[in-house]
Unconditional design. Structure first.
Length: 516
């Protein structure tokens, strides 16, 4: 399927040997997911230029050295003699013998081709070793021309030494891969380039807002590659994150970004486009949100919603996350209804436009009414309920149901933590505006928009608050039209939303086709 040759294949063999000697859960704990050979070669080919003469290259989280091997493979095709100095960081001592074997193989091949390779394997914590430890003690300064990385991926405690060292980019519960990107950016020389394969999650959302601002104030995106499937890239490791590859330059003028997309490991079959920088990285709200639209159709969808001057938060609505965290509330959860319980709604109770209760699937469907559980309950009012998560390859990211006060046999209701609920503070949603909101959220238009700005399967309340929405008049019109019809099929809803927003008929029909 690919044309990878000697050095990368040698590294791939080292990866297989390491994998066979370790348990998958052990590799997952370390955040180690080896880079597939075709992806490594593609990443090495993304650098716009390899400087002549002496080239200093950084490979943090090097693993068995697959990415450095891919760079060396590319250098073999360069006619003028190059001197590579590669610094490889790895925290797992079990990987070091495999890494050294790969780099020795690279050195032999480069020497035979008239090049020179010096490499250093650094065993230790890349973050702590390369960050400023106190205000009086500087870490290493910029010294690298290129960096190529597949950093580890796992969440770290806010109290951890790494998080404290990276306090300038931390918000919420941080992930180690963002620290790797930030430290790498610091270590690049002006004009230096990094190529990194990471989860897409840092492209948007509040957790990564501080990191995005810090990073994109220093690094200019030049090329973004997206994988349209979450399941085909790291198949052997069971990774379900949506991944991206970023080529970024330290400094440089932001003009345009090359955007490519492929289905999985076969990166030869790519869709390619060039996008204006400010349309790819939107800083209109100071968020540096990275928007990935891989077709003219998706460009039109994003443009249609961005034309709305209002955001969800501007219309007097509020959205919160269900307060019932099941594993922390086990003493209150019940399988049987009684005079001392209220309904407990889960994601499986929420369907487009409606709430189905009871709907047994083995989970407790009731919650005790006690003094200790009062903080977990909300008044039984009309809400628009949004599922917070979608299944791995589910057709829709957004599913919105409506809960009516009569759906609850109590004055109270419990909402499980995997639900978001929309309400009017101090008032109750009108039926028509609730239906209008649900129709808007259930539309393929909003679903495609959400996919373009978010690589997550999770629907965060913060993202909904900043989502563009029609004004109250249009939402009410949508709600009235949906209420008038008994046909609430996706196609019908799409056409109602399209008429309200005056979308081109061609775009509406394309959305209808995708909504079936």
């Amino acid at each position: 399927m690919d044309d990878t040759s000697g050095l990368v294949q040698f590294a791939a063999d080292q990866q297989r040997r390491f994998d066979s000697a370790t348990a998958p859960r052990e590799r997952k704990k370390e955040g180690h997911f080896g880079t597939p050979a075709p992806i490594a070669n593609y990443m090495a080919g993304m650098f716009t230029d390899i400087p002549r003469g002496k080239v200093r290259i950084l490979d943090p989280g090097a693993g068995v050295g697959t990415l450095s091997a891919a760079v060396c493979e590319r250098v073999l095709g360069v006619k003028s003699s190059l001197h590579l100095e590669i610094e490889l960081w790895e925290a797992n001592p079990g990987l070091v013998p495999f890494l050294r074997r790969t780099m020795d193989c690279c050195r032999t091949a480069l020497t035979a081709a008239g090049h020179k390779l010096d490499y250093t394997v650094c065993l230790g914590d890349f973050i702590l070793a390369n960050t400023r430890k106190t205000m009086f003690e500087d870490g290493p300064g910029p010294s690298f021309h290129l960096s190529i990385l597949n950093p580890p991926y796992y969440k770290v405690r806010k109290e951890s030494p790494q998080a404290k060292a990276m306090a300038h980019v931390v918000h919420g519960q941080p992930n180690i891969y963002a620290f790797f990107l930030a430290v790498t950016a610091d270590l690049l020389l002006p004009g230096g380039q990094l190529v990194a394969i990471t989860p897409r999650s840092y492209f948007n959302g509040q957790y990564f807002r501080r990191f995005r601002k810090w990073f994109f104030d220093r690094m200019t995106a030049r090329h973004i590659h997206v994988f349209e499937s979450r399941t085909e890239l790291f198949t052997d490791d069971g990774v379900l994150q949506e991944n991206v590859i970023l080529l970024a330059e330290k400094g440089g003028e932001p003009k345009e970004v090359t955007l490519t997309a492929s289905r999985g490991r076969d990166v030869r079959a790519v869709n390619r486009s060039t996008v204006p920088y400010d349309r790819m990285i939107d800083d209109s709200n100071g968020d540096h949100v990275v928007r990935v639209t891989t077709s003219i159709f998706e460009h039109e969808v994003v443009a249609a919603l961005d034309a709305f001057p209002r955001r969800f938060r501007d219309l007097g609505f509020e959205i919160s996350t269900g307060p019932v965290v099941s594993f922390r509330s086990t003493e209150y959860l019940q399988h049987e209804r009684s005079k001392d319980t209220a309904p407990l709604l889960w994601m499986h109770n929420v369907r487009p436009f409606v709430t189905r209760f009871p709907l047994g699937n083995g989970k407790p469907g009731h919650i005790l009414l006690e003094a200790g559980s009062k903080r977990l309950l909300v008044p039984a009012k009309r809400y628009v309920l949004l599922k917070r998560f979608s299944a791995k390859e589910e057709k829709r990211r957004l599913v919105a149901g409506i809960m009516e006060p009569t759906d609850s046999y109590s004055e109270w209701v419990g909402l499980e933590n995997h639900l978001n609920y929309v309400y009017r503070p101090g008032a109750e949603l009108d039926r028509v505006e609730a239906v209008g909101l649900a129709a808007y959220f259930n539309s393929a238009l909003v679903d495609r928009y959400f996919r373009a700005i978010s690589g997550n399967t999770q629907v965060n309340a913060t993202e909904v608050r900043t989502m563009p929405v029609p004004d109250e008049r249009l939402l009410a019109w949508i709600g009235q039209e949906v209420e008038r019809t008994e046909d609430r099929s996706p196609r019908t809803v799409e056409r109602i939303v399209g008429r309200a927003l005056r979308l081109p008929e061609r775009l509406v029909e394309e959305l209808c086709e995708g909504s079936q």
